[in-house]
Write a protein that binds this ligand. Sequence first.
Ligand SMILES: NC(=O)c1ccc[n+]([C@@H]2O[C@H](COP(=O)([O-])OP(=O)(O)OC[C@H]3O[C@@H](n4cnc5c(N)ncnc54)[C@H](OP(=O)(O)O)[C@@H]3O)[C@@H](O)[C@H]2O)c1
Length: 267
Amino acid sequence: MIGNKTRGVAMVTGATGAIGMAIARQLAARVDHQVVLICRDADKAIRCTEEIAQATGNPQVRYELVDLSRRSSIQALADRWQGPVHVLVNNAAVTPRTRQITPEGIELQFATNALGYFWMIEAFTEHLRQAAPARVVNVASYWAGGLDIQDLEFKRRSYDNNAAYRQSKQADRMLTVAFARKLQSFGVTVNACHPGDVNSTLSNNLGFGGHESPDQGARTPVWLATHESVRRHTGKYFEHQREVSCPFAEDLDGVEDLFAACAAYSS
Ligand SMILES: NC(=O)c1ccc[n+]([C@@H]2O[C@H](COP(=O)([O-])OP(=O)(O)OC[C@H]3O[C@@H](n4cnc5c(N)ncnc54)[C@H](OP(=O)(O)O)[C@@H]3O)[C@@H](O)[C@H]2O)c1
């Protein structure tokens, strides 16, 4: 239920992680926002929800349990959801060191990091339209590239978690352009960003540490989700609160091919 003083409902995926929790906390600090943590682990979800509500004084923080690697789980959330969504921050991602398969039979990094973003936007399009002007922020990375449209699940190439991760983050940046074009006339903007280099489970699995704090990593996503100056921007890629040209966005045929390939997983 949206309180009288609530001006917006914001969903943050992966909100039990390093950057996602900081994004959720910074959004909740704007007490006119209801913030919904989209998580898969109930114990972590309860702990993070309580910590954020206590730290911000915002009583309108809650969670929903969803496995973002599974379309059926995302669709179940959309089916039980009532009301508009003003902000959707797609942030959850994984970097398993060995190739893993979801219960729906899809390679786990592609399913979570790319299709998870795709399915969330697809499932919540009507809720975003209801809230328009609404914003989608896709947390991507500068560490992106190597996308092979013929081998999105590493069936032909040997699996390497760095290569699978870079491909998935390229996909996030390309899908940002595709959805921005499709949702523009509905008053829904879609932008992507690199958050920052933060020490986390995800970065450690890739062999990285991180020299920025989770709060620093959250700054650009939260700015894209809320700041007046980027209200009209859509289909763009940002680093450290600056627009950066994205070579993947220029390949519009490739963008549409990837969108079609992802849509095929929904049929
Ligand atoms: N850290 C960096 O230096 C860095 C740099 C560039 C970009 N990024 C991007 O920033 C985002 C956040 O990364 P992070 O470093 O904060 O990672 P993290 O701390 O490992 O957090 C990842 C989050 O995703 C959640 N998640 C993973 N699979 C899920 C699933 N199937 N269903 C639901 N939730 C799932 C995790 O849940 P659990 O807590 O249950 O595991 C966790 O909350 C990612 O998109 C990443 O690509 C990070």
